[in-house]
Design a protein around this ligand. Structure first.
Ligand code: SAM
Length: 244
């Protein structure tokens, strides 16, 4: 692809992910994705593996799995790709073309996720930043488990941190980050309990937001969104790895 034309096309898109497309062109993502990549602990070598990236948006993690040697990668999404709010599928389409990638794409609502709808099961499933957007988290985790042959990487908002019993906070309005598409914030114990309930044998939390960051963000959220500090302080993000 001609670099000047690529630059013009990149500039016309509202990007979520920051993706290096070569020729010195990096997409201006709202999310500093390369900086976030280490926290999900994606295996360095995915040679011969099949990977599903559920909720792929611009596809950064799908392209990264392909770069690490995966034999087949399926990027799946619904909400953003249907042009509802937030963005579109244009970034994914352009990045796939620019990277000469073979990542497959499937439009699927996560409530309809199954081996039939995405052509699985997959050795590795990425489920990053989606769980708190769904109305029926346990049902959705059942669906995610049904397409996972071996290994799941889940990244999510957690809430009610510090409560040892498995509980979830409900966001009926815009309580979480002012976004009405956020529904549930499980605590870490609830994430682990739900993953075990849907059939994962071993679950490990491999990353959590550091406390100083949570404190700083609580003040920012109070200033910007009016979120009470004592609510924000109990919210965090975690990355879990789970194995069948
Ligand atoms: C916060 S973004 C995370 C994007 C990417 N996985 C990441 O971690 O950077 C949430 C993604 O999940 C998708 N999503 C949200 N609800 C969905 C649903 N019910 N079915 C399918 N995709 C959904 C959105 O379209 C969006 O791409």
């Amino acid at each position: 692809m001609n670099p000047d034309q690529l630059k013009r096309e990149v500039a016309s898109i509202d990007w979520w992910h920051t993706i290096d497309l070569g020729h010195g062109i990096i997409t201006p993502g709202r999310n500093d994705t390369p900086q976030r990549l280490p926290r999900i602990h994606m295996p360095e070598d995915l040679t011969g593996k099949t990977v599903l990236d559920m909720g792929a948006w611009d596809g950064f993690y799908s392209f990264e799995a392909e770069r690490r040697g995966a034999e087949r990668v399926v990027a799946a999404d619904y909400y953003v790709w249907s042009g509802q709010d937030w963005g579109s599928k244009s970034g994914f389409n352009l990045a796939r073309k620019a990277l000469d990638s073979k990542v497959e794409d499937v439009h699927v609502e996560v409530m309809d996720l199954s081996t039939e709808t995405v052509g699985g099961p997959f050795d590795l499933v990425l489920f990053l930043g989606v769980l708190y957007h769904v109305r029926h988290p346990l049902q959705v985790l059942e669906n995610v488990a049904s397409v996972t042959a071996d290994h799941l990487i889940l990244e999510t908002v957690v809430d009610m941190v510090g409560t040892s019993r498995p509980v979830m906070a409900l966001y009926p309005d815009r309580e979480l980050m002012g976004d009405p598409t956020n529904w549930w914030g499980p605590n870490p114990a609830a994430v682990i309990a739900m993953l075990k309930d849907v059939g994962f044998r071993r679950v490990e939390i491999v990353w959590r937001d550091p406390l100083p960051y949570r404190i700083a963000r609580a003040f920012v959220n109070q200033f910007k969104l009016g979120t009470p500090i004592h609510h924000s302080l109990r919210q965090s993000r975690i990355v879990c790895h789970a194995w069948k």
